[in-house]
Design a protein around this ligand. Structure first.
Ligand code: ZN
Length: 520
């Protein structure tokens, strides 16, 4: 059966900073979707990578006494190590200094020129190097960058321009025809009003430094770093290559299904990028989804403000699965969210150690104690009580509820759905009291039925928890004696079918899944 392609991207991250909570957040969210789409049988292509050009990178290299290439080469492994640590299952890690990307960028630039959308002009205005963004005099806030508040420099150059202004109507038509092109709606409205206000042509080349991709028709100029950066999404799936395999891959995966971005870069992704594609006669991405900022005590997390906690320190303390869970469960994706060690400890102890970990331990413990560690026989449907039916109904409703939540990147609802089953099973065990049923031979069939139902519900809940907590879920499946690996599931509906747990399987209790954290 031919699987449906599904193409997911993170932004390519600036090499000038090391991976931090913000970049990890975007990447984890994209990874959870990638894992989920693989489970629903899609042929997933998941891209992340690095943005390695631009004035800011050249300056940082200079300050560190290195060539720009040596500088970016020294940073790239730090990102790959961080993503490995966080169990990110990317299919490709693109670096914009790769030859394949230079080729793709030049091809797109040449196409836009040939199509009449690139012209020579003169630029005078302000530029924020840390943001690599042009600003007009009116946009400045007290003479500083409206984005980051830092000093801006005045530049005066003969540049090449992209006729962005020609795309106002077509962009508005795009937002109208595809209302979920920009999500969430708050961001969509922001983009709409920006474009309705009129678009100015964009300077797309620089001559005052050389760290960039030369224009194919004027090599004295290097491409504006954002212009080259956006093209990475096409490079990775084969654009710019004549190799038939690459051509076929591009046909298959382009346009991307979703670009994950932070809300600070939506104008590039929702205005400039689709306009570039329209100008080249190429399809635009199906969706750009912008998440919010992570705040600590109301302030945006950033390295420069010195309030950064590193991903590695949190992984060391909480473990990788709990890390992934916390950020996707505690912050509504798309909104700003406050994060803190206190709330992370609360989530960990409450949702993970208590609800999920205890449920698994208790159940496996009882299976060892009352059933010699063997999954009991499947109960007859005719004997099911209303409690049994309720547990089963929640489990059987999960695939649809989870799909609805994940298709709008609502990780909170998706996880709440999985937890509704976990919580219901906890109550089911309390109400059914297997320890009482174990006291008499007469209630033995009921004991077996309760344990089977509860174990089966745990098996199914692990499935739906696995895109976010892949290791714990795989561990739970192993303990339940399931021979398959939860991470290898490609037919979620079949895997989630009630009764899938094989009677007679040997379970193993093991250590606590999550050790409660006692705060110092
Ligand atoms: Zn700035």
């Amino acid at each position: 059966m031919d699987r449906t392609p599904f193409y997911i991207t993170t932004p390519i991250y600036y090499v000038n900073s090391v991976p931090h909570l913000g970049t990890a957040y975007t990447t984890i969210a994209a990874d959870a979707l990638a894992r989920y789409r693989r489970m629903t049988g899609h042929d997933v292509f998941f891209l992340t990578g690095l943005d390695e050009h631009g004035q800011k990178v050249a300056q940082a290299a200079d300050e560190n006494g290195m060539t720009p290439q040596a500088w970016v080469d020294s940073i790239a492994p730090k990102f790959q190590e961080a993503w490995d640590m966080l169990d990110i299952t990317y299919d490709d890690f693109i670096r914009t200094t790769e030859p394949r990307h230079e080729r793709a960028s030049q091809k797109l630039m040449q196409t836009l020129k040939d199509n009449g959308y690139i012209y020579q002009g003169h630029y005078e205005g302000w530029y924020c190097v840390p943001d690599e963004t042009f600003y007009t005099e009116e946009q400045l806030v007290e003479g500083t960058c409206p984005g980051c508040g830092r000093d801006v420099q005045f530049i005066r150059e003969d540049n090449w321009f992209f006729k962005l202004s020609a795309f106002q109507d077509r962009l508005l038509e795009l937002y109208h025809d595809n209302p979920t092109f920009v999500q969430p709606d708050t961001r969509r409205n922001e983009v709409l009003s920006f474009v309705e206000g009129g678009l100015r042509d964009l300077s797309v080349s620089r001559t005052t430094f050389t760290w960039g991709i030369p224009l194919p028709f004027d090599p004295e100029h290097v491409m504006y770093v954002w212009f080259d950066a956006l093209i990475n999404y096409m490079t990775a799936v084969g654009y710019g290559s004549d190799d038939p395999a690459d051509v076929a891959r591009f046909e298959r995966f382009w346009p991307a299904d979703v670009h994950f971005v932070g809300k600070d870069i939506i104008r590039f992704h929702c205005v400039i990028w689709p306009a570039m594609l329209m100008a080249a006669g190429l399809p635009v991405p199906k969706q750009v989804f912008a998440h919010g900022f992570l705040l600590t005590k109301g302030e945006k997390m950033s390295k420069s403000k010195g309030n950064a906690i590193t991903p590695a320190s949190l992984v060391e303390r909480f473990g990788v699965d709990a890390y992934r869970y916390y950020f996707l469960r505690d912050v509504q994706f798309g909104s700003d969210g406050s994060i803190s060690i206190e709330s992370m400890v609360q989530r960990y102890n409450g949702d993970l150690a208590n609800d999920w970990g205890n449920l698994c331990s208790r159940l496996l413990n009882m299976t060892e104690k009352y059933c010699e560690g063997v999954v009991p026989a499947r109960p007859h449907a005719a004997d099911a009580t209303s409690d049994d039916d309720e547990v089963r109904a929640i489990a059987e409703g999960l695939p649809a509820a989870y799909e609805a939540a994940m298709s709008r990147l609502d990780y909170v609802s998706a996880l709440e759905g999985a937890w509704s089953l976990v919580k219901r099973v906890n109550r089911y065990i309390e109400d059914s009291a297997p320890w009482g049923l174990a006291k008499s031979e007469e209630t033995r069939p009921r004991l077996d039925a309760v344990l089977y139902n509860a174990l089966e519900a745990v098996r199914i809940s692990a499935l739906f928890i696995s895109p976010v907590m892949p290791n714990t879920s795989a561990d739970v499946w192993r303990r339940l004696g399931v021979s398959a690996d939860v991470r290898e599931v490609t037919d979620l509906a079949a895997a989630a079918g009630w009764g899938g747990l094989a009677p007679g399987s040997q379970v193993t209790k093991g250590d606590a899944l999550f050790q409660r954290i006692v705060e110092e």
